[in-house]
Design a protein. Structure first.
Length: 118
């Protein structure tokens, strides 16, 4: 899986870059093993700059194989909190979509009929 981490309107520190990469890998590692993930783009921004307030934005875009992209946004006072909440929601949505895909691919044994001829 390709990971792209971008910072807008502020400088991306090594600590923040490392935190995002580790958090993303731990959140989506189960789905990457099954080759369901193409890539992930994480965009971090400080919307209001030095003015303060709930202005730290984390946007996560997860590209899945054979499914529409998932885009999650979280805006908080603290960047780490915004990252945590965005990844938590992204993990739940990816799990739900992949679960639906698996459920739809399973054969329905209740509707299939088996005939035995003598």
């Amino acid at each position: 899986m390709h990971i792209d981490i971008q910072a807008r309107s502020f400088t991306l520190t090594k600590a923040l870059n490392s935190y995002v990469a580790k958090k993303l890998k731990s959140t989506l590692s189960n789905f990457n093993e099954h080759r369901r993930l193409k890539s992930a783009v994480v965009r971090l921004s400080d919307v209001n700059g030095p003015k303060g307030g709930e202005d730290k934005l984390c946007q996560v875009q997860v590209k899945l194989v054979g499914m529409p992209d998932i885009i999650i946004k979280s805006k908080q006072k603290d960047m780490y909190t915004a990252i945590d909440r965005a990844f938590q929601r992204a993990g739940h949505i990816v799990a739900r979509r992949v679960g639906r895909l698996k459920k739809n691919k399973q054969p329905n044994h209740l509707t299939s009929r088996h005939f035995v001829t003598a």
